[in-house]
Design a protein around this ligand. Structure first.
Ligand code: FES
Ligand code: FE2
Length: 396
């Protein structure tokens, strides 16, 4: 991004200075840790650096596998400014491509979702099958030696983990399943999130750095104070939150509610969860930008993409376990869904104020040193991840 919507004392801080501050912050012990250095969320140089080190390198969630259930179902998304196309194949696997034609690179698919048997570039009608192979190129027989098999949509890496679809633009991305296996095996695997059915996919654009949303979502300290119209009504005592182990790939905290039945608890037909897990909520972040709240009867996810230093797009959705969804009477479904969307929008509006306030407040170069509450450990874990990705080789 070259346009400057927002300029502050951190905007032109050189990369070396930001990296030094981030590295020092990532090396602190949690007990004495401070909030992430403000320049990390405001420096133009760091913004370009993290695009390369984080968004062009790591796994980015683009949605849920059940949003593309049938062969030919597709989603489009932006990852680090790169348009991507994710398609359900005839053999039921998922493949992803850079959404740019193999001729002169026009964006091939402009719809955000749909179903297709083939993809036709709007420019000169080069046509691709679901696997990205070029199957037709009008008039190209006029070019001697032209062979459609020499051209295709560029593939990118795709993985499905626990019902979520991730893509990576890296040449050799890390093994996503391997690094998340401890978290799956010990914490969230028991929910079987892949069986939850996605009921909505929405987008919102907020005026803050993308990391401000990560900071906000990964701590529940603000919930009793900031979510009075929504989540605070089901609040769990802050003293009972447990922050998960330190990982450079994910962070989470969890708490169970008192009530064994009703909202937030497992449906009687849910045989996947036992004991306290039948009323447990887990908030987690798969670093860098995939945020999830999972409960026995509900799942909310957000995937964040920067649109410059001071703006981001958040794609979010809700998924519901099948046994809970079965209880929604078909004639009531539309109203039920609208009520759920309204509720989530109120919660999002509650957070928007805070997230934009974080960006605005940290615009100052005159800040006190700050501190972190014990249940803000996930913020420190994220800082360590970011330092590891962005700082030179001898990082933490
Ligand atoms: S750019 Fe797509 S067919 Fe020419
Ligand atoms: Fe919140």
């Amino acid at each position: 991004m070259t346009k400057r919507e927002h300029v502050c004392g951190h905007t032109d801080v050189p990369l070396s200075e930001v990296l030094a501050a981030l590295k020092a912050s990532g090396a602190e012990d949690f007990e004495t840790a401070h909030p992430i250095p403000a320049a990390v969320n405001h420096s133009m140089a760091f913004h370009a650096h993290e695009r390369e080190r984080v968004f062009l390198d790591d796994w980015i969630c683009i949605g849920r596998a059940d949003e593309m259930a049938a062969p030919g179902d597709y989603l489009t998304h932006q990852v680090a400014g790169v348009p991507v196309l994710i398609v359900r194949q005839n053999d039921n696997s998922l493949e992803s491509f850079v959404n740019a034609c193999a001729h002169r690179f026009a964006c091939v698919v402009s719809e955000r979702k749909g179903n297709a048997r083939r993809f036709v570039c709007p420019y000169h009608a080069w046509t691709y099958d679901l696997s990205g192979a070029l199957i037709r190129a009008p008039y190209m027989e006029m070019k001697e030696g032209f062979d459609v098999s020499d051209h295709r949509l560029r593939r990118i890496h795709t993985e499905v983990w626990e019902g979520f679809v991730y893509v990576s633009l890296a040449t050799h991305p890390k093994d996503l399943h391997e690094v998340l296996e401890p978290f799956r095996a010990n914490v969230v695997g028991r929910y079987d999130m892949s069986c939850y059915r996605t009921v909505m996919r929405e987008t919102m654009v907020w005026d803050a750095n993308w990391k401000n949303l990560i900071e906000n979502f990964t701590e529940s300290y603000h919930v009793p104070m900031a979510h009075k119209k929504t989540f605070a009504k089901h609040k769990k005592p802050l003293e009972e939150y447990i922050c998960g182990e330190d990982s450079l790939h994910y962070g989470y905290h969890r708490a169970s509610q008192q009530a064994e039945t009703g909202k937030g608890a497992a449906h009687p037909k849910n045989s996947r969860l036992d004991g306290e897990w039948r009323r447990m909520m887990v908030d987690f972040c798969i670093f860098p930008c995939h945020l999830v709240t999972v409960m026995p009867d509900f799942l909310w996810y957000i995937s964040v993409q920067p649109d410059g230093v001071g703006r981001f797009t958040a794609t979010w959705g809700v998924a519901i376990p099948p046994e809970v969804l079965e209880d929604v009477v078909p004639e009531e479904y539309d109203r039920w869904l609208n009520d759920l969307r309204d509720y989530m929008n109120v919660a999002n509006d509650e957070d928007k104020l805070l997230v934009e306030a974080l960006f605005k407040g940290t615009s100052s170069t005159l800040l006190p040193k700050g501190t972190l509450h014990p249940i803000e450990r996930n913020l420190w874990q994220f800082t360590r991840y970011l330092a590891g990705k962005c700082c030179p080789m001898d990082h933490i």
